[in-house]
Design a binder for this molecule. Structure first.
Ligand SMILES: [Zn+2]
Ligand SMILES: [Zn+2]
Length: 170
């Protein structure tokens, strides 16, 4: 959604509230499975200064770092930004990517917030067993057959047995 901020300029210290959602979009390559509507507050503090606030959440489908199974991760975020509409800079002097031609792009605002709050590493569960390195089977669904056939000790046993059998033949 794009919000025309210049419309708020005549109303000093006026607060406007907008229902905002991020439904049906993505964060990087992750699908958003749920994005409840939340209230975005915009306050025109003075001159060209604005302050925006709000609290929301997004649920994303992110693959588990070990088994690649998609897992739902909920990200909570709190918006609290101040900026100057004329310069497009925030309180730290950084460019506000969510402002274009004095329009506030709520999708960009929420995307930036979600990316900042993405978990560094996602596991489907704490003790995820991951995938078998040989056959790619998901070991959470049970052991694969490689484990039984090819453990080092069993291989060694098989080689010893073959050598013994060869010796006996001579
Ligand atoms: Zn997993
Ligand atoms: Zn395997």
């Amino acid at each position: 959604m794009l919000i025309e901020l210049t419309e708020l300029l005549p109303f000093q210290e006026g607060t406007r509230e907008y229902p905002v959602s991020y439904e049906g979009r993505t964060v990087l390559s992750y699908a958003v499975s749920s994005a409840p509507e939340f209230v975005l507050r915009i306050v025109h503090t003075r001159g060209n200064s604005f302050q925006i606030g709000g609290e929301g959440s997004l649920t994303l489908r992110i693959p588990c770092a070990r088994c690649l199974e998609l897992t739902e991760q909920t990200i909570l975020f709190t918006l609290d930004r101040s900026f100057d509409l004329e310069s497009g800079l925030d309180a730290d002097g950084d460019e506000c990517g969510f402002l274009t031609d004095k329009l506030l792009d709520t999708d960009r605002l929420i995307l930036d917030e979600a990316v900042m709050n993405l978990p560094a590493r996602v596991l489907c569960r704490e003790d995820c067993k991951g995938l078998c390195e040989r056959c790619g089977a998901n070991l959470n669904e049970g052991p694969c057959s490689c484990g039984e056939r090819e453990t080092p000790t069993r291989m060694a046993d098989a080689i010893m047995a073959a050598m013994n059998a060869a010796k006996k033949k001579k």
